[in-house]
Write a protein that binds this ligand. Sequence first.
Ligand SMILES: [Zn+2]
Length: 429
Amino acid sequence: MRLPHVVVSADGSLPARDDSVVHHLVLPGFVNAHSHAFQRALRGRVETRSTAHPADDFWGWREAMYADANALSIDDVKALSAWAFLDMVRAGVVAVGEFHYLHHDVGGRPYDDALALSRAVVDAAASVGLHITLLETAYARAGFGRPATPGQARFIFQNVQVYLAHVDAALGLVGPSCSVGLAVHSVRACPRDWIEAIAAHARARALPLHIHACEQTREVDECLQEHGLTPIALLQACGALSARTTLVHATHLNDDDVALIAAAGATVCLTPSTERNLGDGLCRTGDLHRAGVPLCVGSDSHARIDIVDELRSLEDHERLRTRKRCVLTRPGQRLAEVLVPAGSTHGARALGIELGASSVAVAMPLEGHAGGDAVGLDAFFVGGSSDDVEVVRSLAGEVIFDDVDLGRLQRFVAIETAGARVLRRLQGR
Ligand SMILES: [Zn+2]
């Protein structure tokens, strides 16, 4: 680092030091554990209430998402993904979990190269130096008793064996900056025998398994109707709840669900900016945290890409839900001691990776100079943002972002321009 700095440990602790002036906080690199990169194109285009469906909600947003998903070529997916991944690197992210569910051509036709879209997102991540965990996602149906809709054709695998063979083929993409995991889209989108087979495959290959779970009350109601179990209890019954499992959202849980998640050692990934943009509801974050469940975050639909904001929202949303303050910390514990692991080691655990030599340097807030490093670190999490990120180093320790490297910033313009070109076409269709 170019100027005096203080290095924050993965548990949010700070070294003792003399009182010389410090300019940077150096944190472990941030992990964005849940992303659908192409949805970067939806930002700002889904904020007008539809005259056809004035009671707008998650399900209406999903139709707009399907419309975009069915209008994208392989190159479009690559361009939009590179744009989203660039935003992430600038926000201090060193590793992303890409919940990859676009597999086929428009109409569901298989590509000659079954991994064409997987390669597109892996190449996009490599173009900005970001580590990617490609979470190949299984999707079978629209819901309980409902076949897939035409809008879902690009997502669907013919049967679970075809999906598992696809995962094994994707393992050929694994390299120093790419790993692979499995994902069940949701208990809505996959029947029980698929979930069982996918869980067994993840176990046999010792790979991470991610699942959207309990994002909507309708999903919980339909799961109870189909299986007589909550989504969490169903996952447990299918062998899909373990220390390698990450539950995304986990918004609508009962007490037994919380206990099952904790007993299994599963991770929960919240995506607060997307959850509030979609009106999903508020997770029982404090109950999960106190039960010992590791929490991590993702920017999901990319309504915003600012991991600092996702992290602070873990605490802020729980304050709104419980109408209390300082809810995730134990008495005497600082906010950063909860949020630093959530932003780094817990996300890495969810993706089955190590953070290596990664780091993110951020400007020390003024409070740090007057109130000490600990006040400065918590002030960063309360009032800071991705705008404060100065230097980002990859898992291998290479600089992938430097806010004073003009040559690098100029190269970024080409990525933004290519993404914006796709966006203009989506807007004009
Ligand atoms: Zn998602």
